[in-house]
Ligand binder design. Structure first.
Ligand code: HEM
Length: 512
């Protein structure tokens, strides 16, 4: 970044952030309103009920004003209207909404003991048989996290590069055919085939090759599951326990088919471990690690947990990366200068290669990563985070009793002019100064991968995939938009992606 201004005044409403997990202040003053000494002055602490809020209806709260697939925008709009922190009600559940980076840092760091994922995530994901490291809390999470970290480690990624290259070659061939046939491409679908193939190869050593088999059933099933998950997380009552809507039944069918596929993959992995017992000492991927590891009690992990984590990896690795690349392509279509600079970098680094040939070539694509960071700032696929306090605490000047739900507006912080100059401009150059980047990350102004002990363990893989795809795309093709930029809408289905983004590819040598 050329220049990064420190916030001129304390962030948010000027109050400081207390340590999460600290005891609540005693009620040392009048009435029931606690006060706490801050910087030599006594400051009145507010209860969440005292915070401003959009008008609400009894029983419903603000549900009637929320659009399920635009929830992030609803929350950001209210932040403009009421100022943060404010409160919003989804039926009986009150959320306190913050857009302050210090609060973000405090909350995300204090996990799993001070804060946990939003309280409905674990039970709903468990019911849907997709509970793994993302949904787990406490000791269960610690054990699963260790395995996920090992599976996605730098060492494993380096060994995986050959497979990633093979999957990238398939994407290149598919797009060459699409260019020759003048096809209109649904960018997200294309990229989801790529990310599913990458994730299943890395995490389960299963080359699903959806790119060349032109079989998008895994992606369709995952989309079905994401859709129902979004619906259930914001439902006022758990209707699905008494009534199956068509979407629930479709999700059941998707689950059953995926479950059969996963069963087959697990069986093959067990047979491989039997045939090659030395792999038990050095498991080669997440699935093998889950099959051979014992938990704290010396017991093997149960099959439900293993399947939950396989689903978690597919879900976590698919939409996030595919949608991020799709947003990059959307933004590049609007900024010719940036596209040109990216293309120059790709031409210089790749030379006569069509795809980054080795990890060091991929690592050299620095501008490509800057472009990705800028897209992640303006169009983060996780624009807000929802958590539940696991202990009494205070955030800014708000008392947060245990069980309070908190929403952190991560994107709003990255678009705040107090922290990022010219925040609405798509300007990747701001990411070329490593110190400025580190400062933005350290101060939790740019946290597209989360932060603290639960920071995304797949971020290095994701950034490598992004460099590979941008490298091959801009080395070999000219990208044209089909339709208008204004038709592209942000669509939230647990992960935020572009709706109506369609493109056509021309081989670069065909350029008029
Ligand atoms: C651009 C792509 C990606 C983005 C923006 C992204 C973002 C995130 C975010 C925001 C979180 C929550 C972090 C927190 O709570 O602090 C997360 C968690 C997670 N991500 Fe990613 N992610 C991406 C790609 C991936 C990939 C490729 C994988 C693996 C194949 C992955 C696996 C996970 C897992 C397992 C978790 C749960 C970690 C835990 O709870 O301990 N992600 N990701």
């Amino acid at each position: 970044m050329k220049s990064s201004r420190e916030p001129s005044a304390p962030a948010g409403n000027g109050a400081s952030v207390e340590r999460a997990g600290a005891p609540l202040p005693s009620e040392e003053t009048t009435g029931t309103t606690p006060r706490r000494r801050v910087s030599g002055t006594r400051r009145r602490l507010r209860h969440p009920a005292e915070l401003p809020h959009p008008p609400r209806l009894p029983g419903l709260g603000n549900v009637h004003q929320i659009s399920l697939h635009r929830l992030h925008q609803n929350l950001e709009d209210w932040a403009h209207e009421y100022g943060c922190p404010y409160q919003v009600h989804l039926g009986p559940r009150r959320f306190v909404v913050f857009d302050d980076p210090e609060v973000t840092a405090t909350v995300l760091r204090n996990r799993p003991d001070g804060f946990q994922r939003y309280e409905l995530i674990e039970p709903i994901m468990r019911e849907m048989r997709i509970a793994g490291v993302f949904a787990a809390e406490g000791d269960e999470w610690r054990a699963q996290r260790r395995l996920a970290m090992a599976a996605l480690s730098h060492r494993n990624l380096a060994a995986f590069f050959g497979t990633l290259h093979t999957v990238s070659e398939r994407l290149l061939r598919r797009w060459q055919r699409a260019a020759d046939d003048d096809m209109v491409l649904d960018v997200q679908k294309e990229l989801m085939s790529f990310t599913v193939d990458v994730t299943s190869s890395l995490a389960f050593a299963r080359d699903s090759n959806t790119l060349e088999r032109h079989d998008d059933s895994i992606q369709r099933h995952l989309q079905q599951i994401f859709g129902v998950l979004t619906q259930r997380l914001s439902a006022l009552v758990p209707y699905w326990r008494v009534l199956r809507l068509p979407s629930d039944r479709a999700m059941d069918r998707a689950q059953a088919e995926l479950s059969e596929w996963l069963g087959q993959v697990i069986l093959e992995a067990r047979q491989r471990l039997q045939r090659e017992p030395e792999r038990k000492l050095r498991p080669q991927n997440l699935l093998e690690a889950m099959l051979v590891t014992r938990d704290e009690r010396g017991e093997p992990f149960d099959e439900t947990m293993i399947r939950g984590n396989m689903m978690t990896m597919l879900l976590a690795g698919e939409d996030t990366t595919a949608n991020t690349i799709a947003w990059v392509i959307h933004e590049l279509l609007e900024t010719r200068k940036v596209t040109q600079r990216l293309q120059d970098e790709v031409d210089r680094v790749l030379g006569s290669d069509a795809i980054p040939p080795d990890p060091s070539a991929a690592a050299e694509l620095e501008y490509a990563e800057a472009v990705a960071n800028e897209a992640l700032r303006l169009r983060p696929v996780v624009p807000f985070a929802s958590l539940t306090a696991a202990a009494d605490t205070v955030l800014q000047d708000v008392v947060i009793p245990r069980g309070t739900h908190v929403a952190l507006l991560l994107r709003a912080t990255g678009k705040n002019p107090d922290f990022v100059p010219e925040p609405t401009r798509f300007y990747p150059e701001r990411w070329l100064d490593p110190e400025a980047v580190a400062s933005l990350q350290r101060r939790s102004i740019h946290v597209p991968f989360g932060s603290g002990p639960r920071i995304c363990p797949g971020r290095s893989l994701a950034l490598l995939e992004i460099r590979m795809v941008l490298g091959l795309l801009y080395k070999n093709f000219v990208v044209e938009r089909v339709g208008r930029a204004s038709d592209v809408k942000e669509h939230m289905a647990f992960i935020m992606g572009p709706q109506n983004l369609r493109i056509r590819l021309r081989r670069r040598e065909q350029r008029p």
